[in-house]
Ligand binder design. Structure first.
Ligand code: F6P
Length: 346
C-alpha cells in the first residue's frame, strides 16, 4: 500500500516528529510506501510529492517547522478542485492520507473523506483549540516559550516599575494566555472567550499598585476583544482587512492598543511585547515530541484498520480515535481554569 502525509496551516513544533513516526511505522511495521505531499493541500492539486524513506526522516525529530512545507490552501474555495484532489491521489497510487493540521486542514480532510478519499487526521496547533482531544501537539512548546518570556519580562518590569503587556497567540481561544499566564504569575490575563472592559483591567492594576507593587504583567491573547458600553460583544484588533482562503483575518496589535490605554488611564509607564511567531518556531519540548510520535504511530494504525474519517486524539493519557467532526467543535478555555487564573489578578 502507498500512503500520503501532509502538513497544512500554520507551522507548529512537532510536525516533523509526526512525519517521522508515520514513516517509521508505515515502512517498518506495515511495509507500506510513504509519499510526502508538499505544502499542504496545494501539493495534491499540483501533484507535488516525494517519496519518504527512513533516511529522509532521520534526524528530523527535534527540528521545528515541517520538512514538507505548509500552506493555507483551501481546495473548497474553487469549484472542481476537491474532486481533482480525489482523482490526483488515485493517479498517484495513494490509497490513504494522513492530514496533520488544525481546524482548517482537518475540516478539508473531513470533507474529502465524505467525497470518497480515505483520510485520517492528526491534531496540530499551538492554540490547542481543537475539539475531541485534550491537547494538540505544539501547545506545550508554545506555553513553555511564552512562560520563559513572561519570566524574563518580570525582571525588567520590576526594575523599571512598569506595566508590561505581553501579547500571545490564540485566535479563537485563550489557552496559551491562560496556561502561560498562570505559569508565569500574570497579574491580568485576557482571552477571546471573555470580552474585557479596559476600565476593569486598569482597576486591577491600580489595586495591585496600591498594595505596594510597582510593576504588573498583563497577558493578552491576540484574539481578545475590547468591550465598550455600546459594543458589549467586543471587537477584534486586526492588522489588515484581507482574509486568507479560510476567511481568517490577520490578528495582532491588541497589546499595543491596550498598553496605550493602560498608560493613559493609570499614569503607570507601560511597555508592550508581542511574542508572535517565536511561539511557533524552533524545537519541540519533550512532551510534544512524545505526543507527536504517539499520534503518528496511531494514525498508521487507523489506516491499517480502515478507520477513515477519524482523527487521533489524547484523552487522559490514552491515544484514541475520534470522528474528525469532533475536532471542528472548538474547545474553549474551561471556566474553572480561568477562575483559578483570576484568583491571582490584581
Ligand atoms: O497556528 C495558529 C496561529 O498561531 C494563530 O494563533 C494565529 O492567529 C495564526 O496562527 C497566524 O498565522 P499566520 O500569520 O501564519 O497565518
Amino acid at each position: 500500500m502507498r500512503i500520503g502525509v501532509l502538513t497544512g496551516g500554520g507551522d507548529c513544533p512537532g510536525l516533523n516528529a509526526v512525519i517521522r513516526a508515520v514513516v517509521r511505522k508505515a515502512i517498518m511495521h506495515y511495509g507500506w510506501e510513504v509519499f510526502g505531499i508538499k505544502n499542504g493541500w496545494a501539493g495534491y492539486i499540483s501533484k507535488d510529492a516525494e517519496q519518504l524513506d527512513l533516511w529522509k526522516v532521520s534526524g528530523i525529530l527535534p527540528k521545528g517547522g515541517t520538512i514538507l512545507g505548509t500552506s493555507r490552501t483551501n481546495p473548497f474555495k474553487k469549484e472542481g478542485v476537491p474532486q481533482q484532489i480525489v482523482e490526483n491521489a488515485k493517479d498517484m497510487g495513494i490509497e490513504a492520507t494522513v492530514a496533520i493540521g488544525g481546524e482548517d486542514t482537518i475540516g478539508v480532510a473531513y470533507r474529502l473523506h465524505e467525497l470518497g478519499m480515505p483520510t485520517v487526521g492528526v491534531p496540530k496547533t499551538i492554540d490547542n483549540d481543537l475539539g475531541g482531544t485534550d491537547f494538540t501537539f505544539g501547545f506545550d512548546t508554545a506555553i513553555n516559550i511564552a512562560t520563559e518570556a513572561i519570566d524574563r519580562l518580570h525582571t525588567t518590569a520590576e526594575s523599571h516599575h512598569r506595566v508590561i503587556v505581553v501579547e500571545v497567540m490564540g485566535r479563537h481561544t485563550g489557552w496559551i494566555a491562560v496556561y502561560a499566564g498562570i505559569a508565569g504569575g500574570a497579574d491580568v490575563i485576557l482571552v477571546p472567550e471573555r470580552p474585557f472592559d479596559v476600565t476593569e483591567v486598569c482597576e486591577l492594576i491600580k489595586r495591585r499598585h496600591e498594595r505596594g507593587k510597582s510593576f504588573s504583567i498583563v497577558v493578552v491573547a491576540e484574539g481578545a476583544k475590547f468591550k465598550t458600553e455600546v459594543d458589549v460583544d467586543g471587537s477584534l484588533i486586526t492588522q489588515d482587512v484581507e482574509v486568507d482562503e479560510f476567511g481568517h483575518v490577520r490578528l495582532g496589535g491588541i497589546g499595543s492598543v491596550l498598553g496605550r490605554e493602560i498608560e493613559r488611564r493609570t499614569g503607570f509607564e507601560t511597555r508592550v511585547t508581542a511574542l508572535g511567531y517565536v511561539q511557533r518556531g524552533g524545537t519541540p519540548t519533550a512532551f510534544d515530541r512524545v505526543l507527536a510520535t504517539r499520534y503518528g504511530v496511531k494514525a498508521c494504525e487507523l489506516i491499517d484498520r480502515g478507520e477513515f474519517g477519524k482523527m487521533v486524539a489524547l484523552r487522559g493519557n490514552k491515544i484514541i480515535a475520534v470522528p474528525m467532526k469532533d475536532a471542528l467543535e472548538m474547545k474553549k478555555v474551561d471556566a474553572e481554569l480561568y477562575d483559578i487564573a483570576s484568583l491571582f489578578f490584581g
